[in-house]
Design a protein around this ligand. Structure first.
Ligand SMILES: NC(=O)c1ccc[n+]([C@@H]2O[C@H](COP(=O)([O-])OP(=O)(O)OC[C@H]3O[C@@H](n4cnc5c(N)ncnc54)[C@H](OP(=O)(O)O)[C@@H]3O)[C@@H](O)[C@H]2O)c1
Length: 258
């Protein structure tokens, strides 16, 4: 199967890099000529990647076509293109629902929405998928953790949750900055804070049977320093603020539909 990409920007770079570095056989990939520098770089680095002459050539040369365009550009670009009934269209554009993409790519019969995170490039990305088409889940399986859901509402919620990455990095930046203010050299502060971040992620990954609530309780020894920090953050409304921020992104998605 050949996989095509229309819109060769940052997320296409990550997905194509991930797919081209899996163990064993790599899929044949055809990328659109724009962005020129990224398309050329991918074709130079990976034998399984070629640059198509045009967006229509991507469609004509691929069975699965991924749409990775900026949302504001998508309608104008897709209106000028012809899909066939056998195409499986995979849209990365979170603000478009299945029906909107079906309309823009008619008569294609199969449409799947996915929101890959850039970590798919090194096979560590979680990827929300809807609806749970097997061939798309299988494609993203070697790139990290595909999470395939049945309803549009569940998918929207997962997409909303992907808006928390910068906030999470800023949490560890706050710790690193605090350490540096206590005269820990900046590189050691960065190294230590990053290692704590990594250790927590590994702990959660290695114990999938434990809820985050369980892990929180296990880490907060009664009367200990972790319990004190947790209580302080709760008291100051840090977690309430995060829930409210997620509600705000959910609303932004709702507003984009109308
Ligand atoms: N970045 C992420 O982490 C991420 C994750 C999941 C989903 N997404 C979604 O994926 C989509 C792409 O995001 P991105 O971050 O990859 O954006 P991006 O880097 O701006 O990529 C969009 C690409 O589309 C190209 N383009 C513009 N006009 C075109 C045309 N007529 N034909 C073909 N290609 C054209 C642009 O080329 P030029 O550079 O030449 O303008 C650009 O390289 C967005 O809808 C975004 O919401 C992004």
């Amino acid at each position: 199967m050949t996989i095509g990409f229309i819109g060769t920007g940052e997320i296409t770079r990550a997905v194509v890099t991930g797919l081209s570095t899996v163990e064993g056989e790599k899929p044949a990939i055809l990328v659109s000529p724009r962005n020129e520098a990224i398309a050329r770089d991918l074709a130079d680095r990976f034998e399984n990647v070629a640059v198509a002459g045009s967006n229509q050539d991507v469609i004509d040369g691929a069975e699965m076509v991924c749409l990775a365009l900026r949302p504001q550009d998508a309608v104008g670009i897709l209106e000028g293109l012809k899909f066939g009934p056998a195409h499986h269209v995979v849209s990365f554009m979170a603000t478009y629902g299945v029906e909107q993409i079906e309309k823009l790519t008619t008569p294609a019969q199969k449409v799947t929405l996915v929101t890959p995170l850039p970590a798919v490039a090194f096979h560590g990305g979680p990827t929300p998928i809807h609806p749970p088409h097997r061939e798309v889940v299988d494609l993203f399986e070697p790139l990290g953790t595909p999470v395939a859901v049945e309803t549009a509402g569940e998918y929207q919620a997962l997409c909303v949750a992907t808006a928390t990455l910068a906030g999470a990095f800023a949490y560890y930046e706050t710790i690193a900055d605090w350490l540096a203010a206590k005269n820990v050299p900046a590189d050691k502060a960065r190294e230590f804070s990053g290692a704590v971040f990594y250790a927590l992620a590994a702990t959660a990954k290695n114990a999938p049977e434990h809820s985050f609530g369980d892990l929180t309780k296990e880490s907060a020894t009664r009367g200990g320093t972790n319990e004190q920090v947790l209580a302080h953050l709760k008291e100051d409304g840090a977690y309430r603020a995060l829930s409210r921020a997620l509600d705000g992104i959910w609303q932004r998605f709702e507003d984009a539909k109308s």
